[in-house]
Ligand binder design. Structure first.
Ligand SMILES: *Cc1c(COP(=O)(O)O)cnc(C)c1O
Length: 373
């Protein structure tokens, strides 16, 4: 065994394979000898963060010797007012990913089962596996969550269910009445994680705001983040809204200072910049139309999305190119997108909506790649 300590790790950890993040732009530019690479791979806001957030960060630098407020008092208070919930219902995380981990640690152990759909967010399997619980992966319906399949998957051992609305990487969504009917049929002792990482982007009138479900369904935990529409993925701030009892449980497993002081201050400031979110939504809507119009013209099929990304079928047989080939050729022309083979979607690439110029550059590069096979 010498230097191999894996046999000493817990069973759950032995079976894990680490999350594969996209390569940073700077590293890729060095590798490929290119400049001005554009990254449309991680569903980040192409506008960056709100200037109100960056100003506050600069102003708070001198306080870095101090520990952050471990209760995140200011941010929780502000979120509570904005969302119309009690402060006690809010749990802050180092990104909403942290919250997903806390939920797994609090509610799962070997012998338990957790349900999530095929083609759903890659962090769910990691959380379940790490806890030693068993993942029950349901079939997808039109690429999205199949609520009937999820209900059918419930067993005595089920403790947790993950449902991203909208879902990443497909951009599919569940409407309000379907969600209501689903939660009514689900046993109330199963914790439902309603992952609303892309909440701010959705404009569909039938889209259910998870917060409205909390009163009737106290087993629901809504998770949201400052990483996507708020443009602060690098700072790592997310949160959940749940009933007080669940929030109290999550608080027991949370590290004391899980959100850093700059992130707390910046998130608070970002909440004031309503115009920034409106602008981000607008750019996303026009950018989404720009991308899907181009796909239509090129005869490429894609999964209709309500989020800030779209999965396009880039590896049709008729093109004699696999999606991986297309991904690699796009890289060499300076555009990073996201292959989603690890989501069981080997023919697709996920494209984050960028600025108009970024989208244009991507479309031009894609045309070039597909025509020059
Ligand atoms: C991006 C994303 C998250 C979490 O991101 P954080 O940066 O950890 O807040 C959670 N769920 C889904 C579905 C996502 O796409």
């Amino acid at each position: 065994m010498a230097n191999d300590f894996l046999p000493l790790a817990t069973k759950g950890v032995q079976g894990l394979s680490p999350y594969q993040p996209g390569k940073p732009v700077a590293e890729l530019e060095r590798e490929l000898g290119l400049k001005n690479i554009i990254k449309l791979a991680s569903n980040e806001n192409p506008l960056g963060p709100s200037p109100m957030a960056t100003r506050v960060i600069a102003a708070n630098l001198a306080g870095l010797a101090r520990y952050p407020d471990g209760n995140g008092f200011g941010l929780r208070k502000k979120l509570a007012v904005k969302l119309g919930v009690a402060e006690e219902q809010i749990t802050l995380g180092n990104g909403s990913n942290d919250i997903l981990e806390l939920i797994g640690r609090a509610f799962l152990m070997p012998g338990h089962e957790a349900i999530y759909s095929r083609h759903s967010f890659a962090v769910y399997p990691l959380v379940v596996q790490a806890s030693g619980a068993t993942a029950v992966v349901t079939t997808a319906k039109n690429w999205g969550n199949d609520l009937d399949a999820m209900l059918a998957a419930v067993s005595e051992a089920t403790r947790l269910l993950f449902l991203a609305n909208p879902n990443n990487p497909t951009g599919t969504w569940v409407d309000a009445s379907s969600m209501q009917g689903f939660l009514e049929q689900l046993p109330e002792n199963i914790i439902v994680v309603l992952d609303e990482a892309y909440f701010e982007y959705v404009t569909e009138p039938d889209y259910p705001d998870g917060l409205t479900l909390l009163k009737d369904f106290p087993n629901v935990i809504v998770t949201r983040t400052f990483s996507k529409a708020y443009g602060m993925a690098g700072l790592r701030v997310g949160y959940s809204i749940s009933n007080n009892s669940i929030a109290d449980i999550l608080n027991r497993v949370r590290q004391p200072f899980n959100v850093n002081s700059l992130a707390l201050a910046a998130a608070e400031a970002a909440l004031d910049d309503v115009a920034f979110i409106e602008k981000s939504k607008k750019i996303n809507q026009t950018g989404m139309a720009q991308l899907t119009n181009a796909f239509d013209k090129m005869g490429l099929s894609y999964i209709p999305s309500v989020a800030n990304f779209v999965a396009v079928k880039a590896g049709q047989d008729s093109m004699a190119l696999s999606a991986t080939n297309v991904y690699e050729k796009l890289l060499r022309s300076g555009v990073i997108v996201r292959p989603v083979a690890n989501y069981d979607m080997p023919d697709y690439l996920r494209i984050t909506v960028g600025t108009e110029q970024e989208n244009e550059k991507f479309i031009a590069a894609l045309k070039q790649v597909l025509l020059s096979k």
